[in-house]
Design a protein around this ligand. Structure first.
Ligand code: DAS
Length: 360
């Protein structure tokens, strides 16, 4: 290779190295908290055809660095950096992404260089991911999950302010040891009780009867409540060695029901079934027999309710002692499923699993 080419290559290498230095991450400010943003996709990273497109847009297209650059105010409240864990609409959330996300969170929070985590996420399953992380994150540091109901391309998009609020909370000492938090529309919810209550409104995330944990106002977090149930560092669940989670399916209760769906889940290898019963978890007679037969095959059965609020009474609408079923307490079906999946990584003992539903 002749001398001229070698010199050109050397100049190019020097130039690229100097650019690398120039574009190096913003110098961190020692007075600000270090917050890592882990992106998974969703509407907050979506794109619509026009500024009035709030349905029928494409979710999960904007990369994490663009989300951060779109909110320059972030660097006034924290030293932020991002990682792309996944780029999916959250209706497609999987155990694989959950385990990758949880393991990365635990790895980052074990470092003194990270003060808090923000997870950007689709709103459709945000409550499930939040509760899963609430049970497996091994740190008291804040973990805040955030989404948006409008894509960034829409007029009055909610994502940028939601992201700003989440980063503020992730750097707030008072947010420590409150379990995983979900913050959209200035409302701070706890992972155990938060649920999506409206298909499209900006204030869709609520804990309908047990209420918010606090609010964001003027860029500051205000807390008024905290959960009485075990979470994060108090949790007995450990996903370190896991590469998947036991299969648990949900059977929905309704008039004129049948056991066909339940039988299909069992035939496909479900290790647990959550029954989303009518009322206080009542069972259609044919479905009840299907659950009894499934229990005899070693499938764990949890009775929950499609109603969404209130205590599912053990031995109320069914004799759980006699049938060897578990009562879900106040967990809705989709969260009961998550607790049962994790419980089955530890035990198949019904009494132990019932204890877990009364403690988490
Ligand atoms: N499909 C929705 C999801 O990704 C879009 C959203 O609301 O974030 O959950």
């Amino acid at each position: 290779m002749n001398r001229k080419v070698l010199v050109t290559l050397a100049v190019l290498v020097v130039f690229l190295c100097s650019m690398q230095v120039a574009f190096a991450a913003e110098p961190s400010n020692n007075h600000l908290p270090n917050v890592k943003i882990l992106a998974t996709g969703g509407t907050i990273a979506g794109s619509g055809a026009t500024s009035t497109t709030t349905v029928g847009y494409t979710a999960a297209v904007v990369p994490v660095d663009a989300l951060i650059n779109n909110v320059p105010e972030l660097k006034k409240v924290a030293n932020v950096s991002g990682e792309q864990i996944a780029q999916i609409a959250s209706e497609n959330m999987t155990n694989k992404v959950w385990l990758k996300l949880a393991k990365r969170i635990n790895e980052l929070l074990a470092s003194d260089d990270v003060d808090g985590i923000v997870v950007t996420h689709g709103t459709d399953t945000i409550e499930e991911t939040a509760y899963f992380l609430n049970l497996v994150v091994k740190s008291e540091k804040p973990v805040v999950i955030v989404g948006a109901m409008r894509p960034p391309t829409a007029m009055s998009a909610d994502g940028p302010m939601n992201l700003y609020n989440a980063v503020v909370i992730a750097g707030t000492k008072e947010a420590r040891n409150k379990g995983v938090l979900v913050c959209l529309n200035d409302a701070i919810n706890g992972a155990r009780e938060v649920t999506k209550t409206n298909t499209s409104l900006l204030d869709t995330f609520r804990a309908p009867e047990l209420g918010y944990l606090g609010y964001m106002q003027g860029g500051k977090a205000y807390f008024y409540r905290e959960s009485t149930r075990k979470h994060t560092t108090q949790s007995e669940f450990d996903i370190t060695g896991l590469t998947d989670l036991p299969r648990v399916d949900i059977v929905y209760g309704y008039a004129n029901n049948s056991r066909d769906g339940l039988d299909a889940f069992v035939a496909h290898g479900a290790k647990g079934i959550v029954h989303a019963g009518v009322g206080d978890g009542s069972l259609f007679t044919e479905v009840k027999q299907g659950l009894i037969d499934a229990r005899k095959q070693g499938v764990l059965i949890v009775r929950s309710s499609r109603v969404g609020n209130g205590i599912l009474a053990r031995n109320g609408e069914a004799n759980d002692d006699e049938l060897d079923f578990v009562a879900s307490d106040t967990l809705n079906p989709q969260k009961s499923r998550i607790l049962l999946m994790l419980a089955l990584t530890k035990t198949h003992d019904t009494k132990e699993i019932q204890r877990m539903f009364w403690e988490y």
